[in-house]
Ligand binder design. Sequence first.
Ligand SMILES: Nc1ncnc2c1ncn2[C@@H]1O[C@H](COP(=O)(O)OP(=O)(O)O[C@H]2O[C@H](CO)[C@@H](O)[C@H](O)[C@H]2O)[C@@H](O)[C@H]1O
Length: 710
Amino acid sequence: MESVRVLSGANTPCNSFPNSVRAKVSNGRVSGQVGFAPLWRLRRRRRNGGLCLRLTGSVLGEGDESGLGLGGSSRDRDDDDDGVDRIQIQTQTTQSSGVDQRKKKQQLEKGLILGTERDGSGSVIGFHLIPPPGEIELSDSHEDAVIDEVRETEDIDGEETPQTRATYNVVFVTAEAAPYSKTGGLGDVCGSLPIVLASRGHRVMVVSPRYLNGTTADKNFAGAVDTGSCIKVHCFGGVQDVAFFHEYREGVDWVFVDHPAYHRPGNPYGDIYGAFGDNQFRFTLLCHAACEAPLVLPLGGFTYGEKCLFLVNDWHAGLVPVLLAAKYRPYGVYKDARSILVIHNLAHQSAINSEVSKPGKSGEVVHLVTESLGVEPAATYKNLGLPSEWYGALGWVFPTWARTHALDTGEAVNILKGAVVTADRILTVSQGYSWEITTVEGGYGLQELLSSRKSVLNGITNGIDDVDWDPSSDRHIAVHYSAEDLSGKVQCKIALQKELGLSARPDCPLIGFIGRLDYQKGIDLIQQAIPEILQDDVQFLKSSSMFQVMLGSGDPQYEDWMRATESAYKEKFRGWVGFNVPISHRITAGCDILLMPSRFEPCGLNQLYAMRYGTVPVVHGTGGLRDTVENFNPYAREGHGEGTGWTFSPLSKDIMLSALRVAIRTFREHKSSWKGLIKRGMQKDFTWETAAIQYEQVFEWAFVDPPYVS
Ligand SMILES: Nc1ncnc2c1ncn2[C@@H]1O[C@H](COP(=O)(O)OP(=O)(O)O[C@H]2O[C@H](CO)[C@@H](O)[C@H](O)[C@H]2O)[C@@H](O)[C@H]1O
């Protein structure tokens, strides 16, 4: 996918509108915006004979914003007597090394015909699209055209094969979106899925906070400019002024909600002292602002309007469907909008805090109330800016065992619960997890409610950003490699061992772990197993010559343990405490095995990255891990073997160690089987394109049913 911004050039009427022309070229389709007229959903068409002014240029590479210039001359002026000037856009891709194959293809885009828009004095103030009859299909974001259909009449070979699919105005609401903000997988998903949906013709906005924490991370927001739009949010007993910043990048409108509550040291949710005490306030603001953004922000000249599809991610965005139902629809606003709740992690709701979850006497998971994470005392309901009669949607009562004292009635407001009740549909990030959340073990108290909504509950396995995570072009790793030529992988391993101060031993298995240091991730199992893995224990297959590296941050007790383990096993163990994206790429490339003993895993991205990098996953068979890692069977396919890793179950230290032993024996003694495992994993399709098609199906279903009303 090429993403370009067309800057206005000399000698053209566009001179007075720098940055007013933007276009994206993807799979033979041009989308973007020109002047105040959105071009999204324009398809490539060839025209004989150009009209008027012509835009020409080259796509120089990812992120290049000056690739196209606007050229033109007087002879290009359109003298048709219809009173509009016209422009032809022509883009051509030039090759740049190391980018995705798709980027290496030359593309020629012709024939987008535009008209100018003039003010009363006759000055050009923008451009409109003028579709030649029967040649160009287009729509804009006017409300009556929000949901339209893309007719795809050409297949890859240029054959005429009519297909129709709907496109939507999609509004993601999320607490994090990479590369602007990321603490885990939520950021990855909300940073990459929107781009893929936009490339498929949808108009996509992502609304998240503009976090400024006084570190170099603030520069992530440098490309976002103040829109000048400011709204007043009535909540928490006062009126808050909230501003919007905006960046148009890779076909997506990235909208950042600005308020002083987002400007403080720490990550999006907390600092070294724990979760911020005002998170309910901070994310209430986000939700109110996200509901207003499609109505008030004229992005590219037009608002998104009311007929939107909100994708609300986890509890932080959970007030959005409640606000639509309680605050807007009763007044006839958003009556045709829909909302889909996307659950990335049910444990990230509420006082149900995974870091302090413990197995109870009868086997159920007991959660202690320590932090405010979306469940707050019932008295805080009045702060949310909702009509009082809607309390029931969010009202929640803790089971008796979870109450803190005899007089505690357990009454609370649970924002995610409100979203489960009011969202038009619910999605989880794998099919396995969509079932697990309806069980006592995985439902965190919401299982019955979720079961009652089974008819609108689906699971779609996450994709990965296959440009960012590509061993053949990854800028963070020492040597590039591919499934066809694996020689660079061992170089990456040696480079990693050197970087970490371990002896360079390509023959010794190197086991990696990357992730939040959290009870969810099964760190305690690794803790228990480390002595057996690293001590000179004959049971563990020459374990004296095995290495383990862990990268993670989170629970301080696990961070301390990693530091202590590194001191105890200087020759064999490295524990990198912190959040470091380049290192995470190097570990993914340099290790032989990625260990993921997650207690539960809604999808999991690291095992997908690992497989793409030829690193064999050994995972607990749960949720998305079970859905994505195929257990190795050396005897299948007449001895050629099948599978991409090992899934073990049930979750225990001993079972995990058994799986690791088998993996290590295969690494050492069955080289061809190991190579087969690597190659099969690398050839798996985990791209977002596949997931996006499934998302579109769910979008369609969302609009088949009427919206939620009380
Ligand atoms: N210390 C560190 N340094 C650098 N990078 C680090 C890091 N710690 C974690 N990461 C990165 O953060 C991401 C974590 O993604 P996961 O899907 O594994 O977990 P998470 O539990 O946060 O996400 C939740 O949401 C996602 C998305 O839906 C689900 O896949 C998942 O199951 C669910 O728990 C990966 O990109 C990983 O490389």
